[in-house]
Design a protein around this ligand. Structure first.
Ligand SMILES: O=c1ccc(O)c[nH]1
Ligand SMILES: [Fe+2]
Length: 350
């Protein structure tokens, strides 16, 4: 349903207040011509209403000649900010950046965060921003789960569809997404409500089955037949099935980069206001499909880049694949059972 500009500004005031924006702060709104201009205006207005010093950084868009499709997560790494020292310096001076053009999985994002600047990504349509307006409870629940994940030294994932996957953990930090950037150097994404980490290099192994109904991003499709991924030594070594498997194989092979098969972030969804069905109600270019990444009880795995946590895999192809109906266990203790969040108790929807 349509969200008015007034409501959108009020929501940004709520989220920027949670992001510690006040009269002591400077806020940069980063955009390009393809940004949702209503979002840009609402972010600027809300930051001003909170007394912050606000400025806009608009960059000419970047298109890589080999990029396919319009999804902003479909081609990662190089962005309009790549090599743009002047703009990066301006952004690093801000206390908070509202990113409406997508810097995620770019080295520049990490460089900016390292200066202590906070960053909030907001590229979804206003209707999703409204339906998943972040709350302190979201933060408390995600952080409760993160307390378990960051201590874990192993993850295992099984499902009736035949997934039987494991990895060791601990080499990389846990990343939380609860929808507001409230600490120095923190990146977050509104809307969200999930957490993840990366497997220790070369330890991810076993089988992951993308079952009928599981979602493939950035394709924004619900699989209509099973795809079986064979994983060995941290990389996808085989993609088996019928047409859907052929499509995924062909898409990933197009990038001619062995690093696209690396297992990237692994985690699970906690957002009970996100819905598995929502993606089917939107056009492909409406947004990047955050319902699919955040819906409570998914096991979200991904392939490709690990620059977000200082890894060396800067590959443009990034697949996000949330699976339903999995058992996810950390050091043998279930956090998700049959696609339902079961622990820790403090992470369950209230
Ligand atoms: O919020 C996000 C969005 C995309 C992604 O790959 C990770 N987190
Ligand atoms: Fe991802």
């Amino acid at each position: 349903m349509p969200v008015s500009d007034t409501e959108l500004t009020q929501m940004f005031e709520h989220v920027l207040r949670l992001s510690k924006v006040d009269e002591t702060q400077s806020v940069a709104v980063l955009s390009s011509h393809y940004s949702n201009q209503r979002t840009v205006r609402a972010a600027m207005a809300a930051a001003q209403r909170l007394g912050a010093r606000v400025f806009g950084v608009e960059l000419p868009s970047f298109n890589h000649p080999r990029a396919m499709g319009n999804d902003l997560t479909g081609y990662c790494g190089d962005t309009a900010l790549t090599g743009h020292k002047a703009a990066q310096r301006a952004l690093e001076c801000a206390d908070l950046i509202v990113d409406t053009m997508m810097l995620l999985h770019s080295p520049e994002q990490e460089q900016i965060l390292k200066t202590g600047t906070r960053m909030l990504l907001a590229v979804e349509p206003p209707e999703l921003l409204a339906r998943m307006l972040p709350t302190m409870q979201d933060k408390e629940r995600v952080e409760a789960a993160a307390a378990v994940l960051q201590k874990a030294r192993s993850i295992s994932v099984t499902s009736k569809a035949g997934s039987d996957f494991r990895a060791t953990l601990g080499q990389y930090p846990t990343v939380t997404e609860y929808g507001f950037a409230d600490a120095p150097g923190r990146w977050d994404h509104w809307p969200s409500g999930f957490l993840f980490t990366w497997p220790n290099e070369e330890t991810a192994e076993g089988t992951l089955v993308i079952d009928v109904g599981d979602i493939l991003l950035p394709f924004k499709t619900y699989a209509r037949e099973r795809i079986t991924l064979e994983i060995q030594g941290g990389f996808v070594r085989g993609i088996h099935g019928g047409f859907e498997a052929e499509y995924l194989r062909d898409y990933m092979a197009y990038f001619k980069d062995p690093e696209v098969y690396g297992i990237s972030h692994l985690g699970w969804g906690l957002q009970d206001r996100a819905q598995w069905t929502a993606l089917g109600l939107h056009d492909k270019n409406d947004g990047i499909g955050m319902d699919a990444r955040a819906y409570a009880g998914n096991f979200l795995f991904s392939t490709g880049p690990n620059t977000e946590v200082g890894g060396s895999r800067k590959t443009p192809c990034h697949m996000d694949i949330p699976l339903r109906g999995c058992d996810v266990a950390l050091d043998g203790e279930l956090v998700v059972a049959g696609g339902k969040v079961v622990a820790p108790a403090a992470s369950l929807p209230r």
